[in-house]
Write a protein that binds this ligand. Sequence first.
Ligand code: SIN
Length: 284
Amino acid sequence: MNQPYRYIEVHPQNGALGCELFGVNLAEPVRDEVMEEIHRAWLDHQVLFFRDQNITPAQQVDFARHFGELDTYPFIEPLPDQPEVVPIIKEPDNRFNFGGGWHSDTSYMPKPPKATMLRALEVPRRGGDTLFANQYAAYEALSPGMKDMLAGRRAVFTASQVHGSSGYYRKADHPMDMKKPQDAVERRVDHPIVRTHPETGRRALYVSVPHVERFRQMSREESRPVLEYLCGHAVKPEFTFRFHWRPHSIALWDNRCVQHYALNDYAGQRRVMHRITIKGDMPR
Ligand code: SIN
């Protein structure tokens, strides 16, 4: 039986993933025993949501540090006085949408971040939701034959499909000051296509749609049919939850078992978020 919570209230969002937490004020230091419960809820539900957290970037950083050492993002300048926090801004006349496709954050890095924390400062009147998909559920729903076929198989991941010269991030018009470090764009790494979560021991499908290029030791052409199937399967509606932002909402997701998708359905409106990533391990 699941251990009960003493200090926080945990409200699961649907049958797939995600829970909203009550009884936590992130403007104040979070006690160890409360942190233990928050961490447990995160591992159990994969994404945490908090509402009405009117906190400073420094307080967001303090809270994120409870989950591990903070990471950096290679493509966007952070806040000048808070280098761990990256502003994600979409202006009303801007068509470019950061994170607008299913993915697990920077899965093209040798050690992708284990978690991402996003806080809403300004949100559209309508639209701008974020979708999340449970990759444990996606793996578990595969047939025994497919699981056997994927066991031990690795795939090549790269940023070049989105950040390369013909990628979406280069072609789209956007005022966000995207940096273009060539080493980060061109790097290719290989990761298991099914990873084992280092804290829960559960297996999750690891197909970050825009970053996965091909299976290792196979051509793109040979890989494409199975990868296309897996990428579609990974985000079937029954594995997903859609989060509607309000100002001062926070989401914290586990990139080791979750993909997410920022919707681009609010042309003419502004959206401003503060994003922090937390360092992870090499996927195994
Ligand atoms: C991201 O992919 O990290 C951004 C998600 C969002 O803005 O909703």
